[in-house]
Design a protein around this ligand. Structure first.
Ligand SMILES: [Cu+2]
Length: 139
């Protein structure tokens, strides 16, 4: 009676251990997949609509310095340098105009807006002097 039941127990032990390891691997994979999915959640569903805004310069400020965009809209900005010195307009997502001389203008596609986005002038210390604006994603 003893030997057969012992050998049966051992045969069972091996596959059981293997399946526990496999479950662990599957759980780890699922965790990785879940982590990836939540990490890319800043992607937003595009509405297919475009918000067009013209930004000008007054002294060392952008006008307007707050741009409200419905979440999912694509933002297109025309930057007109109505100031008296060279300026540009650069956004935190890397989209930017050229350095524009007074009187020059450029239209840039900033992209689909999913969350608030900062913009600034990258010339000299203009940003510290107040040349900043904020794109506000409105739900
Ligand atoms: Cu500037």
């Amino acid at each position: 009676m003893e030997p057969p039941s012992n050998s049966t127990r051992q045969e069972r032990a091996v596959p059981l251990r293997t399946s526990v390891i496999k479950l662990g691997a599957i759980a780890a994979t699922l965790l990785l997949l879940t982590g990836c999915a939540s990490g890319s959640s800043d992607a937003v569903a595009a509405t297919g609509e475009t918000t067009e805004v013209t930004v000008t310069v007054s002294g060392m400020s952008y006008v307007p310095n707050v741009i409200e965009v419905p979440v999912g809209n694509e933002l297109v900005v025309t930057f007109e340098n109505t100031g008296t010195v060279m300026h540009d307009l650069e956004f935190a997502n890397g989209v930017k105009t050229d350095d524009l001389a007074p009187g020059a203008s450029e239209t840039i596609t900033v992209g689909v807006i999913g969350s608030d986005l900062e913009g600034w002038c990258a010339i000299g210390n203009h940003r510290e002097m107040g040349m900043e604006l904020t794109v506000v994603a409105v739900k």
